[in-house]
Design a protein around this ligand. Structure first.
Ligand code: 2BA
Length: 109
């Protein structure tokens, strides 16, 4: 068994959940926060047989889009002013950031 952890954008989360359920995947949707943008994103936990991992990755790919997002400047507040960027910067946010982990044990009590 494998555990897929997928960090995706909130905007894609309902569509992805629906597609996973339609394809008989079991998934848990968690609210998460990206360390860089410090804004909300969504993390999916998907436990599945190894043989179905490729199909799950395909569904994630089909339902999650790259988008550009503006990062507002943050005051250095006593930090190093050399690295301070006084204007908003555009970053491209994935798609999906996906980890596939081995599952040592799986229990449902
Ligand atoms: P955030 O950490 O909020 O990052 C949002 C986007 O900002 C990233 O998109 C990337 O384009 C940019 N970014 C992140 N760190 C950066 C840095 N040090 N310098 C310049 N730009 C930077 P993605 O790479 O698509 O990541 C989307 C979200 O996926 C991340 O949100 C984070 O929540 C998660 N993530 C990405 N890589 C991860 C990792 N190695 N481990 C855990 N979570 C990760």
């Amino acid at each position: 068994m494998k555990l897929i952890l997928a960090v995706i954008q909130d905007k894609d989360s309902n569509r992805l959940l629906q597609a996973l359920v339609e394809n008989n995947f079991r998934a848990t949707k968690l609210s998460s926060t990206g360390g860089f943008l410090k804004s909300g994103n969504t993390t999916f936990m998907i436990g599945t047989e190894e043989i179905r991992v490729e199909r799950a990755l395909q569904i994630i790919k089909e339902n999650c889009k790259h988008r550009d997002q503006l990062v507002a400047p943050i005051s250095p507040m006593g930090g190093n002013a050399d690295s301070y960027v006084p204007y908003p910067v555009e970053v491209e946010v994935g798609g999906a950031t996906v980890f596939v982990l081995p599952v040592e044990q799986f229990h449902q009590f």
